[in-house]
Design a protein around this ligand. Structure first.
Ligand code: ZN
Length: 155
């Protein structure tokens, strides 16, 4: 729990810094744990993809082989997603080192600790992220009109 007092002027800086360091250390730990988990997941999946090759089961007919291709593609997409998350974590860890971690990329406001715990690599505060999501959704609607393709999950 973070408490902030506005009454203890000059002495507050030191306390805040100590608190920030503790918070940083804790969040850094969360980030590093998350990174380790994802890394081992990715390594496991990569191993699966490789060992699931046709060599294990001899010669596959066309149908089987395309099915396993699709499976590989799904696995690959998952690995890519994990890799992207890993990048975000690496970036967050870099921001921890720089001392800019935990501040909104858009407005510079401090990102709430609750939000950082849920999303340790968040780069925006809740307000800015929501504004961005609304904008992104508007863009998706627009691009759907153009391409005529897409799933509408709002129904
Ligand atoms: Zn913001």
């Amino acid at each position: 729990m973070k408490t902030r007092s506005k009454t203890n002027g000059a002495t507050a800086t030191g306390a805040t810094e100590t608190m920030a360091r503790q918070r940083y250390a804790e969040l850094k730990q969360i980030l590093e744990d998350r990174r380790r988990d994802i890394l081992s997941e990715v390594q496991e999946k990569m191993r699966d993809v490789r060992t699931d090759g046709p060599n294990d089961e001899g010669v596959l007919d066309a149908a089987e082989s395309s099915e396993s291709d699709i499976q590989d593609e799904i696995e690959f997409a998952l690995i890519q997603m994990k890799a992207e998350t890993l990048n975000k974590i690496e970036e967050a860890l870099r921001r921890v080192e720089e001392g800019t971690y935990g501040f909104c990329f858009e407005c510079g406001e401090e990102i709430s600790e609750k939000r950082l715990r849920a999303l340790p690599f968040a780069v925006r505060c809740k307000d800015c992220e929501e504004a961005r999501e609304v904008a992104a959704q508007r863009e998706r609607v627009l691009s759907r009109r153009v391409t005529g393709f897409g799933l509408d999950l709002s129904h």
